[in-house]
Design a protein around this ligand. Structure first.
Ligand SMILES: Cc1ncc(COP(=O)(O)O)c(C=O)c1O
Length: 396
């Protein structure tokens, strides 16, 4: 099928919920994808931070296909060794004790929100409120949209789930004002990815941890995008010198298979009991086999060190692109703004890159770079050269 045929079929049969780039991808290997017309693209998006080992990594394909050929689904009515093994791996590597598996980042956050509210009940009947940060993004379900601290996500679908308050990032005094005895949890992203790659200050996060300890509110960190090696440690909180009470994870965990995980301590792991939460597909054998393989490759000091170093290399390279400024981020989660004199939007840059054979992401005004964690320095050079060429003559 050529691109026009795909576009036509989409128009006829899919709800028009996505603003798509004008390309249809059909295969990929490593950091390169190919479209319907045979054109190749170098990937600086990883399917929005998912394909951490690139496309069709041999070991990942083997893990997935062997499990699919052995036992594809059993429901959560029965015990599953591959699920318990993944849970054990994840707990050992993250330092948490209990996990619930869902199918996406939003579902991981839904579990965290339920856990927090049930935990709040033990403090007082009205202790149900959750504080999140302005400009955050926590998902697309009705509840995680309500948790998302961006007004643009609070239209159309009323009534939203009640009980969320918002405070500006990096302002502990404003957080103190917003926190009440009814706050059962504070939920944050350490780097706001969809919000435009904005990092929380380390001091702010430490103060937030202390504040939660003081008030008894849980500190829940949404590591859906920052987790599984993306920022150069298995979880980003490790670089902030704090331990959250709850962490949510998804995206890179399955490397392309849909999985979400909500992790917590032994004590909090008792809060949700039989029948309180569940999922038909959550923690299915094939996704768990994929996630076990992802962890076996990523959760290694040498691999993570490389991610951190390649991240610094990428930031330095991007700083030489005349049209970009405010290059920022951690590990291979990097964002940059456009100099105003270019007159370009982040979407213009993504489209120019696409025409030149490169996939990049946008987040509001920022251009976002989340290449596969296995990208080499030569491939980073290749991508940055394409970007420079795509922006040639623009503004500066
Ligand atoms: C920080 C964060 N939380 C939650 C989500 C929602 O994840 P999903 O789309 O898998 O539901 C995302 C998705 O981009 C995210 O970046």
């Amino acid at each position: 099928m050529n691109f026009e045929a795909v576009r036509q079929q989409e128009k006829e049969n899919l709800m028009p919920t996505y603003g798509r780039f004008p390309v249809a991808l059909v295969k990929g290997k490593g950091v390169y994808a190919t479209d319907t017309e045979g054109k190749q693209y170098i990937d600086f998006g990883s399917g929005i931070g998912v394909n951490a080992l690139g496309w069709c990594d041999e070991g990942w394909v083997k893990a997935v296909s062997e499990q699919a050929a052995t036992l594809q689904h059993i429901s959560n009515l029965y015990y599953s060794p591959v699920q318990t093994e993944l849970a054990a791996d994840l707990c050992r590597l993250s330092g948490f004790s209990k996990v619930f598996f869902g199918n996406s980042g939003a579902e991981a956050n839904e579990c965290a929100i339920k856990l927090a509210r049930k935990y709040g009940e033990s403090r007082s009947e009205s202790c149900k409120r959750i504080l999140t940060l302005c400009n955050s993004f926590h998902g697309r379900t009705i509840t995680t949209l309500a948790a998302t601290g961006q007004d643009e996500f609070h239209h159309h679908f009323d009534p939203f789930t009640e009980g969320f308050d918002y405070a500006p990032i990096n302002d502990i005094e404003k957080v103190k004002e917003a926190l009440t005895p009814d706050t059962c949890a504070v939920m944050i992203e350490l780097i706001q990815g969809e919000g435009g790659v904005f990092m929380l200050d380390k001091d702010f996060v430490k103060q937030l941890r202390a504040l939660c300890d003081e008030t008894g509110a849980l500190l829940m960190v949404d590591e859906v995008q920052t987790g599984i090696g993306r920022t150069g440690t298995l979880y980003c909180f490790e670089q902030y010198g704090i331990r959250p009470d709850v962490v949510t994870s998804a995206k890179g965990l399955g490397g392309g298979m849909p999985i979400g995980a909500c992790l917590c301590s032994q004590e909090l792991g008792q809060v949700l009991s039989g029948g309180m939460h569940g999922s038909t597909f959550g923690g299915g054998p094939v996704v768990c086999a994929a996630a076990r393989y992802m962890l076996s490759r990523i959760a290694r000091p040498d691999f993570l060190q490389e991610v951190a170093e390649k991240g610094e290399y990428l930031k330095k390279a991007l700083a030489t692109v005349p049209q970009l400024c405010n290059v920022r981020g951690m590990g291979l989660m990097v964002g940059a703004d456009l100099r105003p004199e270019t007159g370009l939007t982040s979407g213009d840059v993504a489209n120019r890159c696409l025409q030149n054979g490169m996939l990049v992401l946008t987040a509001h005004k920022a251009v976002r770079f989340l290449p596969p964690l296995v990208i080499t320095r030569d491939e980073i050079d290749e991508g940055v050269a394409i970007l420079k060429n795509a922006l040639k003559g623009a503004g500066v």
